[in-house]
Design a protein around this ligand. Structure first.
Ligand code: SF4
Length: 448
């Protein structure tokens, strides 16, 4: 919530009635502070207190949404400098730019490449987030390309031109898709901010240096244009990094609201056409507060590592990624197929299932609820122990799908095999490989 438990407590009724499901107001305040409860759970909180708490608890960095529907992305709303303090909230949006002056065929090729940048990793889809259309110095062409890209991709758009006439033409064509207006500058601020307000679209504020950016964001806010992204216009990668860090510190630690907005980055500005260098700078942007990252190209070798890096940084460290606990049938198993069990830590599930799949041998994989912990950690925490595994096997109905009664456990927990055999009456417990990578060989040996 952004406030301490004590600060929240001051606004609560202090009657300790327990109607919120927590015995005392102080305990409820502590839960609110840790985002483990909603203020609406207290039916007695006054309207004044609600207003005070919601204003005081507003994140120091504004959330900005670009696009509409399923493809829309939101950036900002961050509350911490470092992920280990709590978690980062909204992942960086990573997308690709295309010149409106390019041929239709070249534009279509970029759109196709952006759409192809769609990867599955540990149960999550990692995708190219947007397409940025750069100025054609021709209003009708800019609008035509915006329409073409919008219809062909359905991805959120960034409209990149400092020319208000060009921007107006494009907005008349695609404003309903809530594109990001890029950019408002000192020279065009009157016209561009009026367009942003008229079309209810978010805007990028670009100026040289954070001080000038802050002046412009305050001007925009005074015109009631509040969905802002900032571009401090750095001329080197080092300067850009410094600006991002200073902007985040100013917003979060100094409560300087004029810089409390996500940052857009252009790693190609500093890479002199070198795609490897551009990807390297983009990785630095992902790691350090880049909210929207615009690439010159969307080759898989550029997109995939950046999206994986983003996934790793923006995964909540307090909530392990989990696979659904159930029986997974892999490679069309029959009744005599082997039956493995493992935990529901996403990475464990995907590694084990990939090895079984890659081994081209049919098998059943039982994923046991273990609070998203890996095999050894779950065993040590008492979450992947004989009683729980036996209950899972009995409840899962796997016995109806297979003709044998053999369960294969990970080699890392070989020590529980005897106890599991006692819990699972009528079953044989086999100790499988320690490493998932050895599963294909293990399966081939069993098949003879
Ligand atoms: S319901 Fe409200 S007043 Fe009652 S204990 Fe919870 S926080 Fe306090």
């Amino acid at each position: 919530m952004g406030l301490s438990g004590i600060e929240i407590f001051k606004h609560l009724p202090k009657t300790n009635c327990g109607d919120c499901g927590v015995p005392t107001c102080l305990a409820f305040a502590m839960k609110l502070a840790q985002s483990q409860a909603e203020l609406s759970a207290c039916p007695h909180v006054s309207d004044e207190a609600k207003a005070a708490l919601s204003e005081a608890s507003a994140p120091p960095m504004r959330a900005v949404t670009v696009g509409v529907g399923d493809a829309a992305f939101t950036v900002g709303e961050e509350t911490v400098m470092y992920r280990h303090e709590k978690t980062f909230v909204n992942p960086s949006a990573i997308g690709v730019s295309v010149a409106a002056s390019a041929s239709d065929a070249d534009i279509d090729a970029v759109v196709a490449k952006a759409l192809a940048a769609d990867f599955e990793r540990v149960g999550q889809q990692l995708r190219c987030g947007f397409i940025a259309i750069t100025s054609a110095a021709n209003a009708s062409r800019f609008a035509e390309v915006a329409t073409r890209v919008s219809e062909n991709s359905k991805l959120p758009l960034l409209l990149v031109t400092d020319n208000a006439t060009e921007m107006q033409a494009a907005l008349e064509a695609v404003a309903s898709s809530r594109p990001l207006i890029c950019s408002v500058t000192e020279d065009n601020s009157v016209e561009m901010l009026a367009l942003a307000k008229a079309h209810s679209c978010p805007v990028v504020i670009r100026a040289e240096g954070l001080e000038k950016v802050a002046e412009l964001t305050e001007r925009a806010a005074s015109m009631d244009v509040k969905d802002l992204v900032i571009d401090p216009g750095a001329t080197s990668a080092g300067r850009a990094l410094r600006d991002r860090v200073l902007a985040r510190r100013s917003a979060l630690q100094k409560k300087f609201t004029a810089l409390g907005y996500p940052v857009i980055t252009w790693p190609g500005r500093f890479s002199a056409g070198d795609p490897v260098l551009e990807a390297t700078y983009a990785a630095a942007d992902v790691a350090t507060y880049g909210g929207i990252i615009v690439l010159s190209d969307a080759e898989p070798w550029q997109m995939l590592p950046l999206l994986v890096l983003r996934q790793n940084i923006y995964t909540d460290p307090q909530r392990p990624m989990q696979a659904e606990p159930k029986i997974y049938a892999i490679n069309n198993p029959g009744p005599d197929a082997p039956f493995f069990v493992t935990t529901n830590f996403s990475l464990t599930y995907f590694i084990v299932s990939s090895e079984i799949e890659g081994g081209r041998m049919p098998a059943y994989l039982g994923v046991v609820e273990a609070e998203g912990l890996s095999v050894l950690t779950a065993w040590a925490a008492g979450k992947f122990v004989p009683e729980r595994i036996a209950k899972f096997v009995n409840d899962s109905g796997i016995g109806d799908s297979i003709s044998h009664r053999e369960v294969i456990i990970p080699g890392a927990v070989a020590q529980i095999s005897g106890e599991l055999a006692e819990e699972l009456e009528g079953w044989n417990v086999t100790v499988g490989p320690y490493e998932a990578a050895d599963i294909p060989v293990f399966l081939r040996r069993r098949a003879g």
